[in-house]
Design a binder for this molecule. Structure first.
Ligand SMILES: [Zn+2]
Ligand SMILES: [Zn+2]
Length: 324
């Protein structure tokens, strides 16, 4: 790590923040890192995020090769980010030989944003080389699955105009030639439409012998939706959250394994029911568009929350804010 820092510091101030801005090209960056050691691994993060990403709708490239040029040979994986999941990436046959990772880089210091996405491995020994070789081989025996947040939550999933209150899936937006019927200006293009433009396969395509995925949501966000609270920064959220963690050990165990009855014995049954619906994929999400976050739709009335807690929630940030 010290050698990598040494090699990169001539391009910018590495200490500026967790994501320093470097004055170099993508291939230059890869070359610097790989010169330190051939065992190093570089892969692009949240490749579909509209702003500043590999395929981003606002500034991206159309292929991995356009971005990394002669250094493409060192790229073995793409990190799908919160704005995309494996099925969206499977639609591009030219991405078949990349492993699809889901990391949880936490730009925000709020602890509940850690671990929203994850990679699940089954390795004989947890070593650096076993980890990277499972990724490079993209072997479903060792790289089992990823945990994904529903990409519809993203602020730019569908195409539309926030001020005109128009939100459309790609096929509908194309019918309007990407022009807003209200204000006549061009729509803000969403991630799904960007995928649609570059895809050469239908939306339901699923490859064989690849790591699979589970679609989950952070427990704090589920409890927010059930209680009708705007922010995870309140006791309304943390009381049932901590009760569940205490009973079942950790958040993934609650989200993936904990039986309904056992959860309902610890917290309000409506929360237990909502966790089950997210786990089974029956909870709906109204897709985000043009800077508006997607919303979890449980189809139930929010629980009555004590007015003081609700008042606190109002002054806090909006739900799903800071999502990217
Ligand atoms: Zn990031
Ligand atoms: Zn408009």
């Amino acid at each position: 790590a010290d050698q990598i820092s040494e090699g990169l510091k001539k391009y910018g101030d590495l200490a500026s923040d967790g994501r320093p801005i470097l004055d170099c090209t993508a291939p230059q960056l890869v070359e610097e890192v790989m010169t330190v050691s051939g065992d190093n691994m570089v892969f692009p993060a949240h490749v579909w995020t509209p702003w500043f990403s590999l395929f981003g709708a606002f500034s991206g490239f159309d292929t991995v090769e356009d971005c990394y040029q002669d250094m493409t040979k060192h790229i073995h994986a793409l990190e799908t980010g919160l704005s995309s999941d494996p099925p969206m990436n499977w639609r591009l046959s030219k991405l078949d030989h990349y492993a699809l990772l889901s990391n949880s880089d936490c730009h925000s210091f709020w602890p509940w944003r850690i671990g929203r996405e994850a990679n699940v491995f089954d390795l004989p020994d947890l070593t650096y080389n076993q980890l990277t070789s499972a990724i490079i081989d993209n072997d479903p025996e060792r790289f089992k699955y990823t945990i994904e947040t529903d990409p519809a939550y993203g602020k730019y999933h569908w195409t539309g105009h926030r001020n005109c209150k128009i939100s459309l899936p790609p096929a509908e937006a194309i019918k309007f030639s990407n022009n807003c019927p209200v204000c006549r200006r061009k729509f803000t293009k969403g991630v799904e439409q960007r995928v649609e433009e570059l895809a050469d396969r239908p939306a339901d395509y699923a490859p064989k012998d690849m790591p699979t995925y589970k679609r989950l949501l952070p427990l704090s966000e589920i409890i927010c939706a059930v209680t009708g609270t705007n922010s995870p920064a309140t006791q309304t959220i943390w009381k049932p959250y901590n009760q569940l963690i205490e009973r079942f050990g950790d958040e993934y165990n609650v989200l993936i394994e904990a039986p309904l009855d056992a959860m309902a014995a610890v917290v309000d049954p409506a929360i237990a029911q909502a966790i089950l619906r997210v786990r089974e994929g029956t909870a709906k999400v109204t897709p985000g568009y043009d800077g508006v976050y997607g919303q979890l739709v449980l189809g139930i009335e929010p629980l009555k929350v004590k007015s003081k807690a609700a008042a606190v929630a109002k002054v806090q940030q909006k739900s799903m804010s800071d999502f990217w």
